[in-house]
Design a binder for this molecule. Structure first.
Ligand code: C2E
Ligand code: MG
Ligand code: MG
Ligand code: MG
Length: 290
């Protein structure tokens, strides 16, 4: 599998990568002001269980509601925050909102796993994991309902830096997820050394996998790799009924996420969405083969 992945990744994956061109990066001073004035707002995108449609949890995706420029997306400001020493503060702000929203949902009988996107600097800092556990305790959030997502490319850029801190987080039973998997060229051998428990397959290998043999091959070998490592799998970028049906028939991937299921939405829409989803579910779940 490892070899196959490497061959596929080197030969074919690069032109498939979705990284679209985005507008320019934001102004650092303006970002500092935006963070300080509470302009960063979490939206949430559900993760659902493919086998039965149950809602596993939500992923927080930060947006900047700029007073003059409207909504600014993370691709335009995360790297700026990272480069200008603001990523710790930004991630604290995302975490604070997410835990407070999670507490609200729990009070309404909804126990959702909460996933947060973090950078390598976040997880390898001594202070951030401490902040996370402290906040979780204060808000009554069970640590094993928290998931931290790190992209494969960040992880593999500094694998040694990661090893120690991810081990510490995992000891606290915080979930660890490798995001955008398939774009960062990690090997089975490297993955075996990391105590990550979830692997999110990049949307460039998920969307239209049923029609594209290359995507399908990468998708299949990634699932095989995750199975070998005992990791749970998430297909991201499930954009249409065809993607969904393909995953249903395959019956191998655990969770799905994408526009077909739900777009990221403000916290206050989650409860309504859940109701709609339960109505919509009938007919979406295929009988499973044993
Ligand atoms: P990601 O964590 O891989 O999140 C998925 C991105 O794909 C999100 O973009 C989401 O809106 C979009 N998406 C979801 N479903 C679909 C689909 O079916 N089709 C397509 N084409 N796109 C879909 P978004 O919100 O712009 O975030 C982009 C990236 O920014 C995220 O990728 C994540 O790496 C980063 N990010 C977002 N929020 C945070 C944050 O709070 N902290 C950090 N460090 N990074 C964040
Ligand atoms: Mg993510
Ligand atoms: Mg992703
Ligand atoms: Mg991404």
């Amino acid at each position: 599998f490892e070899r196959l992945c490497q061959v596929l990744a080197q030969g074919q994956a690069a032109p498939l990568l979705p990284k679209g061109s985005h507008g320019g990066l934001c102004d650092p001073a303006d970002l500092a002001r935006g963070i300080a004035s509470g302009e960063l707002i979490n939206h949430y995108q559900p993760k659902v269980v493919l086998a039965n449609g149950a809602v596993d949890g939500v992923e927080a995706l930060v947006r900047w509601q700029h007073p003059r420029q409207g909504i600014i997306y993370p691709d335009q400001f995360i790297s700026v925050a990272e480069q200008h020493g603001m990523i710790e503060e930004l991630s604290r702000c995302v975490m604070r909102q997410a835990l407070s929203d999670a507490r609200f949902w729990r009070q309404h009988g909804l126990s959702l796993n909460i996933a947060i996107n973090v950078t390598m600097n976040n997880i390898s800092s001594l202070l951030f994991p401490e902040f996370v556990t402290q906040m979780a305790m204060e808000t009554g959030m069970p640590l094993d309902h928290l998931v931290l997502e790190v992209t494969e490319s960040q992880l593999m850029a500094e694998p040694l830096k990661a090893l120690d801190s991810v081990a510490r987080l995992r000891l606290k039973r915080i979930g660890l997820s490798i995001d955008d998997f398939g774009t960062g060229y990690s090997s089975l051998a490297q993955l075996r050394d990391f105590p990550f428990n979830e692997l999110k397959i990049d949307r460039s290998f998920v969307h239209q996998a049923s029609r594209d043999p290359t995507r399908k091959a990468i998708f299949d070998s990634t699932l095989a790799m995750a199975e070998q490592l005992g990791m749970s799998t998430v297909a991201e970028g499930v954009e249409d009924a065809e993607d969904w049906d393909y995953l249903q028939k395959l019956g191998r991937c655990h969770l799905a996420q994408g526009y077909f299921i739900a777009r990221p939405m403000p916290a206050e829409k989650i409860v309504d969405w859940l109701q709609q989803w339960h109505h919509r579910l009938e007919g979406l779940i295929a009988p499973r083969k044993k």
